[in-house]
Design a protein around this ligand. Structure first.
Ligand SMILES: [Zn+2]
Length: 616
């Protein structure tokens, strides 16, 4: 990997006070044709005559990978004083463009289009605009020191939400206040025909929080009072957990559509979250919303404000080093569900079932653990994250385990803080120390492994470096369940299915015959060394028959139950490429689902950690 020059300043301004190191860049994004999936962009960049290098953003914060969608940039033309001038792409970096600016020219005009990928950010009725997708920037100046005058043109009648300060609105044109390129990229806009703002500011909270909803239908905007209250509680609980905020105001941007990708992306003053159209009005809405929004919100403190030094880069071209993602994402993945439970979006039982499901999906019997330590799932992220090429085989390759396993490791850390200090200190004290401090608006305070360990030690003296290295470097086949056990619970298995909306945590058969199947019987994963794998079924094949009948999930569950009291094997008919094959599974262990059961020899500290604290 390329060794970067580390940024030496511990706190980095993100350009709130604008140092005019470079003339202001005017960027106009016309989204009036977003329903047709094409955005038209004009950009005017102050230049000096001679060679000029422009970058299209490559390493996207929060995505931890060089996955800027450069292939969607099209129709690119440059003009100087109204005359077109040629451009060339760099031979070694497809994100870099070179132009030669003629003598006497002080402004370079760029015109280009951005094609919205099918099913990603744009539906017929809404758009989530991430500015890195539609902006070029000049090389040589840190992104925090580039100033952009951004203008957005909306389709007629659409409304918008963003944390970007607005200068003025002229009809369907929105002119934003001048802002650094770093913060512009950090401040997406949600816009749509069906749009609603929901205030989430808890009573007595001085900083404004809101939910900006855009959906594919008016009906989908009808958030229930319970979910609205739950999210307001998340805001209140975050104030108690961290004791500080690091933003001017906060916008939860939530797109509700079956025609966009479903994920969340964090920012300092907002998050870009995307769920199915009916997510807010379906049963289990609290669980679904609690699975996403608290995580992305926690990132404002953990990931955006406190960020591993080697993930903090001066622009979007320099590579990131991702080995500390177990801190950036792992701690967030622990605190997000904890806030979901403290806020009431999740019930205590849902929280425990969630922990059981992730612990079960990480081991025992997950063979990838024996060759690939947790830290390598973080270090290898730029190649093998959500955009990685190979499908399936997760039990052998391992995936982004620094999220779920990070959750378990940080839960264990929380219980160790409790034990070492004999209940005098908690994870909340660590968050106050690590994520606290004055609110100067969005800023970055970087940290290293040693600084993280020092802060943990300040809260609870312990050999934290040894603990973390042991968890990060382990090649044990077993998941780290010490936090669950210290918390007064233990892993158990029964025929009772997991009680979570949407069967989160994999279909139950994963834990019995070792198959995770999609709706139609397609093999999402086959546990390497498991009964189905040993019978010949691997990822990306498709199960089409169970014991002589056409496959459906209930039939498979019946077959697993029936085999428990029989010596007859389970036979599965499956398709590989276009060949039909039969697998014979000599499995008689019955259905197995993971749960947590109470260990009465210990106090229930797990429950204590998820009790509401705000207003107490
Ligand atoms: Zn995250």
């Amino acid at each position: 990997m390329i060794q970067l020059r580390r940024l030496s300043l511990p706190v980095l301004a993100l350009g709130l006070a604008l140092p005019a190191a470079y003339g202001q860049i005017a960027l106009t994004v016309d989204t009036t044709h977003s329903p047709e999936k094409i955005l038209h962009v004009r950009e005017a960049i102050p230049v000096h005559p001679g060679p000029v290098t422009l970058y299209y953003p490559k390493w996207i914060p929060g995505e931890h990978a060089p996955d800027g969608p450069v292939t969607a940039l099209s129709g690119l033309h440059f003009f100087a004083d109204g005359k077109e001038i040629p451009w060339e792409r760099d031979l070694l970096d497809v994100f870099t463009f070179h132009v030669d600016v003629p003598a006497g020219v002080t402004k370079l005009d760029a015109a280009y289009d951005y094609i919205e990928s099918e099913g990603f950010s744009a539906s017929d009725k809404l758009l989530v605009l991430e500015w890195n997708e539609v902006a070029l920037y000049p090389a040589g100046t840190p992104s925090a020191q580039l100033t952009y005058d951004a203008t957005l043109v909306l389709p007629e009648g659409w409304k918008f939400g963003t944390s970007l300060p607005v200068d003025r609105e002229e009809g369907n044109r929105v002119v934003f206040k001048p802002i650094s390129f770093e913060l512009l990229v950090d401040s997406p806009v949600i816009e749509g025909q069906y749009y609603r703002v929901v205030d989430l500011t808890p009573p007595g909270e001085p900083i404004h929080h809101e939910l900006d909803l855009a959906a594919d239908s008016e009906a989908a905007l009808a958030i229930t009072p319970a979910v609205q209250q739950g999210l307001t509680n998340v805001v209140a609980e975050s104030g108690v957990l961290f004791g500080a905020r690091h933003y001017r105001d906060y916008h939860f941007l939530l797109a509700l559509s079956d025609h966009v990708a479903h994920f969340g992306l964090e920012h300092h003053e907002s998050n870009d979250s995307r769920l199915p159209e009916r997510a807010l009005i379906s049963p289990g809405a609290g669980f679904v919303v609690g699975s996403l929004l608290p995580h992305e919100f926690v990132h404002s403190w953990n990931g955006k404000f406190r960020r591993p030094a080697d993930l903090t880069t001066p622009d979007f071209e320099k590579p990131m080093e991702t080995d500390m993602l177990w801190g950036y994402e792992g701690l967030t993945d622990y605190l997000g569900p904890m806030l979901a439970a403290r806020s009431g979006l999740w019930t205590p039982e849902e929280y425990r079932e969630y922990l059981a499901s992730i612990a079960a999906s990480l081991g025992p019997g997950r063979p990838g653990r024996t060759w690939r330590p947790l830290v390598d799932t973080a270090t290898g992220e730029p190649a093998g994250g959500p955009g990685g090429g190979v499908r399936g085989w997760m039990s052998w390759r391992r995936g982004v385990d620094y999220y779920d396993e990070g959750d378990l490791v940080w839960l264990e850390a929380a219980t160790i803080i409790h034990q070492v200090t004999r209940g005098q200190k908690s994870i909340d004290d660590f968050c106050h120390l690590f994520h606290g401090g004055a609110n100067n608006g969005p800023e970055v305070k970087t940290y290293t492994f040693d600084q993280l360990v020092a802060d943990l030690n300040q809260v609870a003296p312990y050999d934290w470096a040894h603990f973390l290295h042991e968890r990060l470097d382990s090649k044990s086949p077993d998941a780290p369940t010490g936090g669950i056990e210290n918390g007064g619970w233990k892993m158990s298995w029964s025929a009772e299915p997991i009680h979570l909306p949407g069967r989160r945590g994999n279909a139950g058969d994963t834990y019995s015959i070792g198959l995770q199947l999609g709706e139609e019987g397609n093999v999402v994963d086959s546990i390497v060394g498991g009964p189905a794998y040993n019978a010949g079924i691997t990822s990306a094949m498709k199960v089409i028959g169970v014991n002589g009948r056409l496959y459906n999930h209930e039939l498979l569950e019946d077959a697993i139950k029936a085999a428990q009291d029989s010596t007859r094997p389970i036979t599965l008919l499956y398709v590989t490429d276009d060949y039909l094959r039969t697998a014979t599974l000599d499995y008689h262990g019955g259905p197995r689902y993971p749960h947590l059961t109470r260990d009465d020899s210990k106090a229930d500290y797990l429950d204590e950690l998820i009790k509401a604290r705000a207003g107490k």
